[in-house]
Design a protein around this ligand. Structure first.
Ligand SMILES: O=P(O)(O)OC[C@H]1O[C@](O)(COP(=O)(O)O)[C@@H](O)[C@@H]1O
Ligand SMILES: [Mg+2]
Ligand SMILES: [Mg+2]
Length: 330
């Protein structure tokens, strides 16, 4: 009898072994992070996407891969693996994972996370992962913060589980709803000069505050952990933007569609929010390669729609000096 790792009452029966495995590995990773030595942040190589790999990236990847091997998972794709791996030929699930998100924060004791997307397993890895985003059957993340929590959707609302002292993830919220009443935006403003004009216009209008087209004062956050930003926005609203920019390698932004944008978008839409590539819904996209990047904008539906509309404005209006946008009064 395997030890209980998560409340299973609100988890679809066919996904319970998977969720128990993810919770068990997540709990183990939380203990490593909480008590780990300084080497967790040591550089150990580069991954398929060309990003630097930290020791904890590799440890997390090994941990989740081993845990999923006995959980009905046939195909395993990871940010830290060049290609998908077959774990169990009898498995009926395909899991794509960012085993450790927010790696630049490992040494700074800032919240980091794990992100996962689940699809039905097909006969090949390609067919299992290179498909419409909407065919996801489960998406979620684990946040290793002051409170370790798992947030997950199975397509019928968003559930939150908190890691209790006994090592079990306990259901604490059965239907998270994204609040629409926040004037907070999250973007890495150091890249301002690299952004497109519509993105600069959108941020300029936020910065213009009460005297500007938005007629409201905004606050800014940037944690550099996608999971931490998503958790804040699910909890108190706002908008996150990691747009495409002019830097080499950032033509499609920084974040990966399969195991970052797709699961986050699934959660955000299930909580009543919106998620796009700055123009089109993420859930309407098709995944064409394991590590493909996509611009990502998510948060309250109205704010995400506004960013898309800025991309539709005539060039004459895409000027940060333009007073009241013709399309929006406030
Ligand atoms: O360092 P930047 O350019 O601000 O990017 C921060 C973003 O990069 C990421 O850390 C990328 O994820 P990984 O750490 O898994 O590579 C996101 O979590 C975060 O939103
Ligand atoms: Mg990541
Ligand atoms: Mg990562």
């Amino acid at each position: 009898m395997t030890a209980e790792t998560i409340d299973t009452g609100r988890i679809p029966a066919e996904l319970r072994p998977l969720m128990q495995a993810l919770a068990g590995a997540g709990g183990a990773l939380e203990r490593i992070i909480r008590s780990g030595s300084g080497e967790l942040g040591a550089a150990v190589g580069t991954n398929a996407g060309g990003d630097g790999q930290k020791a904890l990236d590799v440890m997390a990847d090994d941990l989740f891969r081993d845990a999923l091997a006995g959980a009905g998972v046939r195909w395993f794709a990871s940010e830290e693996q060049d290609d998908a791996i077959e774990l169990d030929p009898q498995g009926r699930l395909a899991v794509a994972i960012d085993p450790l998100d927010g790696s630049s924060n490992i040494d700074t004791n800032v919240s980091i996370g794990t992100i996962f997307a689940v699809f039905p397993a097909e006969a090949s890895a390609e067919a299992s992962f290179l498909r419409p985003v909407r065919q996801q059957i489960c998406g979620g993340y684990i946040i290793y913060g002051p409170r370790c929590a798992m947030v997950v959707t199975f397509g019928d609302g968003v559930q939150q589980y908190a890691l209790a002292a006994d090592g079990v993830f306990r259901l604490v919220e059965s239907r998270m709803v994204l609040p629409d009443c926040s004037f907070e935006f999250a973007i890495n403003a150091s890249n301002y000069r690299h952004w497109s004009r519509p993105i600069r216009a959108y941020i300029d209008d936020c910065l213009a505050g009460i005297e500007g087209p938005r007629e409201a004062n905004f606050n800014m956050r940037w944690i550099a952990s996608l999971v931490a930003e998503a958790h804040r926005i699910l909890t108190r609203g706002g908008i996150f933007l990691y747009p495409a920019d002019a830097r080499k390698g950032y033509e499609k932004g920084r974040l990966r569609l399969l195991y970052e944008a797709a699961p986050i978008a699934f959660l955000i839409e299930q909580a009543g929010g919106g998620a796009s590539d700055a123009s089109e819904a993420i859930l309407d996209q098709r995944i064409t390669s394991l590590h493909q990047r996509t611009p990502l904008v998510f948060g309250s539906a109205e704010k995400v729609a506004r960013v898309s509309a800025y991309h539709d404005l005539p060039e004459t209006e895409i000027s940060a000096l333009f007073g009241h946008r013709g399309l929006f009064r406030a």
